[in-house]
Every structure is written in structure tokens, then in C-alpha cells.
Write a protein that binds this ligand. Structure first.
Ligand code: HEM
Length: 187
């Protein structure tokens, strides 16, 4: 691991990652750490989520573009797509999310909008894999910060899913348990 000045495309990747993490935090924080609501941080992040997501998309675009140019991307060779698979897959999702992050899409897609935007959680794993695979054997301290932050967000997300699963279980139990009739309850 080296502590050195990062190349510009890596700085962009790191900034894209930082903004992306900010878009993932509000919902997860509110559910897993309810006390965080008092700080107003989740609320502020939620209010600005679209803008932050768009900035992340633009930074990722520039990051990917500079690295593809630097590494002489052979567009006709399918192997290239496999080598960059995780980055390209994450970027495709970023693009879909950026295009549909507006009121018009929310109205048009209705319930499907939520489903579509839950793709962001799949990307969480893809981006982590991307950094791990691409930075193998030449980690910098930023790589460590990036991967640890993603690890933290993934743990937060898994805890949230667990809490939601538990809450759902309690709800269905309450719905299926027949209520005691008045005649049974009165002595
Ligand atoms: C077209 C899509 C993408 C391509 C082709 C691509 C390419 C690359 C490459 C080649 C590296 C290794 C750089 C090196 O060896 O120094 C890298 C690292 C990285 N990428 Fe991407 N990437 C893409 C998308 C993304 C996205 C969507 C994100 C984040 C939201 C991202 C974040 C990062 C980060 C944080 C690093 C590690 C930087 C470091 O630790 O110095 N990339 N990427």
C-alpha cells in the first residue's frame, strides 16, 4: 500500500464513489440508526439525493472515459467488456438511474420506479467488486478508505434488510392470528 498523489482518473472515481455513498446513506441510516434522524443529516441527504446522484454519475462518466482512453479500449473485442465488466455494469445502472431521476419518470413508471431504483443496491456490490478487482496489487490509502466505506454501507444495508424482514414477520403474524371474540375474552 502506498501513500502517494492519486492519478486524476482515480480521484474522479473516488469522488464518484463518495457521492454514490451519500445517496445510499439516508434510508439505511434512518432505519438502522433511528437516532441519526435527530442530526437532520439523513433528511438533508434525502432532499439533495437526486443532485448528488447526478454528480456521481458525471464523475463516474469522466473517470471511466479517461481510463478507457488511457488503456486503449478495444470496442470490438468481447474480452475487453469482461475485463471492465463490473465498472461498465455499475455505470449502466448509474446511467439508468440518472435518466429516470425526475418527477416525470416517477409519474410515468409508478410502482416500477421504486423497483428500478432499487438497482442501486445491486450496484453497491458491483462497485465494490470493481474497485477490488481493478486495484488488486496496487492499493493506495484511498483504495482502503473506499473499500472500507463500501463495506460499512453494505453492512448497514444488510442490517436494514434484516430489520425489515423481522418487522414483516411480526406484521404477518398479527394478521394471521385470529382475534379472540368478545365472548371468549369476557369472564
Ligand atoms: C465505464 C465504467 C468504468 C471503467 C471502465 C472503470 C475503470 C477503472 C479502472 C481501470 C480502475 C483502476 C485504475 C488504476 O489501476 O489505477 C478503476 C478504479 C476505480 N474505479 Fe472505476 N471504472 C468504471 C466505473 C466506475 C464507477 C461507476 C465507480 C464508482 C462509483 C468507479 C470507482 C472507482 C474507484 C473508487 C476506483 C479505485 C481508485 C483508487 O483506489 O485509486 N468506477 N476504475
Amino acid at each position: 500500500m502506498t501513500i502517494e498523489l492519486l492519478p486524476f482518473p482515480n480521484v474522479l472515481g473516488f469522488l464518484a464513489l463518495f457521492c454514490y455513498i451519500l445517496t445510499l446513506l439516508p434510508t439505511n441510516l434512518r432505519i438502522v440508526i433511528p437516532a441519526s434522524k435527530k442530526t437532520k443529516i439523513p433528511k438533508r441527504l434525502l432532499q439533495n439525493r437526486r443532485l448528488i446522484g447526478l454528480i456521481s454519475f458525471l464523475l463516474a462518466l469522466l473517470h471511466g472515459w479517461l481510463l478507457i482512453r488511457k488503456q486503449n479500449f478495444d470496442y470490438l473485442d468481447p474480452k475487453t467488456y469482461w475485463v471492465y465488466f463490473q465498472g461498465v455494469a455499475s455505470f449502466i445502472v448509474f446511467t439508468i438511474l440518472a435518466i429516470t431521476s425526475n418527477d416525470w419518470s416517477v409519474k410515468r413508471l409508478k410502482k416500477n420506479w421504486r423497483k428500478l431504483h432499487s438497482l442501486t443496491y445491486f450496484t453497491m456490490f458491483m462497485v465494490t467488486w470493481h474497485i477490488w478487482a481493478k486495484m488488486a496489487e496496487h492499493w493506495s490509502s484511498f483504495t482502503l478508505i473506499g473499500l472500507s466505506s463500501m463495506g460499512f454501507v453494505i453492512l448497514l444495508y444488510l442490517k436494514r434488510r434484516y430489520l425489515e424482514y423481522k418487522a414483516n414477520q411480526v406484521k404477518t403474524k398479527q394478521q394471521t392470528t385470529p382475534r379472540k371474540s368478545l365472548s371468549q375474552t369476557s369472564v
